[in-house]
Design a protein around this ligand. Sequence first.
Ligand SMILES: Cc1ncc(COP(=O)(O)O)c(C=O)c1O
Length: 296
Amino acid sequence: MVTSGALPALAIVARALSRPGDRIALESPGYSNAIEALRLGGARLVSSPLADPLGETGWDIEGIEATLRQTSPHLAYLIPDFQNPTGFLMDDALRARYAAALGATRTVPIVDETLQPTALSAAPMPAPFAAHAATAITLGSASKLFWAGLRVGWIRAPRELVERILATRMQMDLGTSLFDQLVVADLLQAPDPFASRRDDMRQRRDALAGAVRQHLPDWRFRLPDGGLSLWLQLPHGSATRLAAEAEQRGVHVVPGPVFSVEGGLDHWLRLPYTRPGEQLVEAVRHLAHALGEGGG
Ligand SMILES: Cc1ncc(COP(=O)(O)O)c(C=O)c1O
């Protein structure tokens, strides 16, 4: 089903397949707007903390298995492809094990593939999560592939659920702009639509990483192979205070607690690398000054 973006798609699926008070499992840190959308829908959020965000694995599968066993959530929302905000990519073995754990508690996965096209390396991508989970509902979007102003996303669901999802969607909106859909259909003719931006995005990521290493040398981060941002650990101080100070200087950054399901993470910050390299370097300089003057 075509929707007006992946975020509305999530709201539609959650509303169609759960009732207020049902448990929905999700990753923490996770995509902030999704956390809010699920909360607003009245779900009881059950979070699984990711493993060490500076490590290599991303998901703490044993923790996830334990959480699923203890809470048997109705639905689970996950971002296996360049997780927002950490940029982790879930490998095939982990997908298979995660899917088996979800199957054991009959938890239906809602898999957000919005960032799937943003791979920066030539390494082959793992199979889609749905390859391991027949009940999976997959969300996708044209936002990162082309432009978020084209409000086009989609839901892929088992056939027997589509009617139910459609009936719920009709209570919320009646369709997605045909003009935007035609533009996306045309753009999708290219065999690898992200190809023209891949080198550019890699340079932007590297420009941001280089500027952080130079101006904020004691901040720690892992260089992601895709996604649109770095997830950085501050050595001390509050990311919320720093973000407020940076805002005064025209630099808009989002502090860790916004991505956290139950609060905390105030020593983490997400820096997107979607702007041109010179602007990113300039922004990092402003952040370093803001830090020097009491922000953080
Ligand atoms: C993981 C994830 N899902 C969904 C969205 C929003 O997608 P859309 O613009 O299609 O609503 C974003 C945007 O940043 C995202 O990172």
